[in-house]
Design a protein. Structure first.
Length: 489
């Protein structure tokens, strides 16, 4: 059972291992590590395990088959049951509703500070957790590329549409165009259509022929090929048209989206003149893949790399360890790869941490099999990233009045003025000149677009997001920190 946010502070540890995030990677790692003898605390912002991938319908909705909208639901429920058993046995602690905002060194271990959410998300206080080692399984968020009309009601993220369906059992509309880039689009279109929506088109900016350059990775992952075939058959069954190398370049509507304009793209993602067509709809689910959530890791100084999809990801060794001793990572933090890869990496990290902290070794055949599967799935993930990586020409569908930063209502013209006239050469300087990225989302939505307009196009090196706080923190929590914690932060 998850620990209530109001329970006493003795749950702060010290623990052998603190796992941050209860999605597929974190949940798997916490269970596997506790089973290997580590005293584990699983710290998560959600009120139940599952992360963004396994979302739970609200209890009051009375969902009779919550697993119908999820992949691998049976395995997930087995892991949550195992976690509950470990908690009851005193071998693990689950701190739900705890959003970790920083991790700092303390002696030979680590101190984690979290904001604790109360009823209806209200701030209920602060919490401190101490552990010898930390596993970061913080997941990812959607990558958005703006276009004229993307702020209209009815335009939602592709992952957001799926979250609405899984968590709220509602559709974003009755006639939904699914657009952007990446394999998530096919899953979203299938889910929406199965739930009763009409999906006239899946608009994919990438070219599926690009997979021909990654034949070895494809052949090593026949299950992925079979999954893609199933989605393709579902699109045919639902009468959904797949438009590859196309993009939604404008959304139209007065009070809500009523139609979108779709145009063909050249290999660099520039819209080809004269190819636009209008598709009526009452909702648009659009997203261009995912971005690893690295704020905690980069604040610690963990090294990053540029993934095949153009995003920054953590540099990890064969043991899932980061460049900072005592910090491991699993799942999307090491590069976008999906839930099944996250599960394998979570278990591998648990094996590594049990060996490092307690000297407990896993059976060699089991560990070797996990490594082979991890490497096979990671190779496929890199292939997917390369095929669906945004091209530099996507900015060609922007207009001067297109909003880039929705929170602060900053249009393209102000960003280009900061670059061309005021001399800004990076997203941080653009932020200082225009306030782009200073809103509630802190640049998570507009960050890729601002970076591209500032000259960091998709062909360059990804610049990781660095910030001392990973979420909003009340000032009173900062004031209550011990003097040592203040100087470290």
């Amino acid at each position: 059972m998850p620990t209530s946010p109001s329970e006493p502070p003795e749950r702060s540890g010290p623990f052998d291992l603190a796992v941050v995030g209860a999605g597929p990677a974190g949940l798997t790692a916490a269970v596997a590590a506790a089973r290997r003898g580590l005293r584990v605390v699983l710290v998560d912002a959600g009120d139940r395990p599952g992360g963004q991938y396994h979302r739970h319908p609200a209890p009051e909705l009375g969902a009779r088959r919550p697993g119908a909208l999820h992949h691998d639901w049976r395995e997930f429920t087995r892991r949550t049951a195992a976690l509950d058993g470990l908690v009851r046995a005193g071998r693990a602690v689950h701190l739900a509703g705890h959003h970790v905002w920083t991790v700092v060194p303390e002696g030979t271990g680590w101190r984690l500070h979290a904001v604790v959410a109360g009823a209806a998300g209200a701030d209920e206080g602060a919490a401190t957790v101490r552990a010898r080692a930390v596993l970061l399984a913080t997941g990812s968020h959607e990558r958005h590329l703006p276009f004229p009309g993307w702020t209209l009601p009815g335009v939602v993220g592709a992952g957001g549409a799926q979250a609405m369906l899984k968590g709220g059992l509602v559709l974003p509309g009755r006639r939904v165009v699914v657009a952007g880039s990446g394999p998530l689009l096919l899953a979203v279109a299938d889910s929406l259509a199965a739930a009763g929506a009409r999906v006239p088109a899946v608009v994919e900016a990438g070219a599926y022929l690009g997979y021909s350059g990654f034949v070895p990775a494809l052949l090593r992952n026949p299950a992925k090929l079979a999954e893609g075939t199933l989605y393709g058959g579902a699109l045919l069954r639902y009468g959904t048209r797949l438009l590859a190398r196309h993009a939604v370049v404008e959304a139209h509507g007065s009070g809500r989206v009523e139609a979108v304009t779709v145009a063909r793209l050249d290999p660099d993602w520039r819209p080809l003149p004269g190819t636009g067509r209008r598709i009526p709809c009452d909702a648009l689910a659009v997203g261009h893949g995912l971005v690893p959530q690295l704020e905690l890791a980069t604040a610690l100084g963990c090294a990053t790399r540029t993934s095949a999809d153009g995003t920054a990801a953590l540099v990890l060794d064969a043991e899932q360890a980061t460049s900072v001793p005592g910090i491991w990572a699993a799942g999307e933090t090491g590069g976008i790869g999906g839930a099944r890869l996250a599960v394998v990496e979570g278990e591998l990290a648990a094996v590594s941490m049990a060996r490092a902290l307690l000297g407990v070794r896993a059976p060699k055949p089991r560990e070797a099999a996990l490594r082979r599967r991890r490497d096979r799935l990671r190779a496929f993930a890199e292939a997917m990233g390369a095929v669906h990586r945004p091209g530099p020409g996507w900015t060609g569908w922007l207009r001067p009045d297109t909003e880039v930063c929705r929170c602060e209502e900053v249009p393209v013209a102000r960003v280009t003025e900061a670059v061309d006239t005021l001399g800004a050469r990076d997203a941080r300087t653009v932020k200082l000149f225009t306030r782009a990225g200073m809103g509630w989302c802190q640049g998570r939505t507009c960050g890729p677009a601002v970076a591209a307009l500032a000259g960091h196009a998709s062909g360059g090196e990804a610049v990781p997001d660095r910030r001392p706080l990973s979420c909003p923190v009340p000032l009173r929590h900062l004031a209550e920190l011990p003097e040592q914690g203040r100087t470290e932060n």
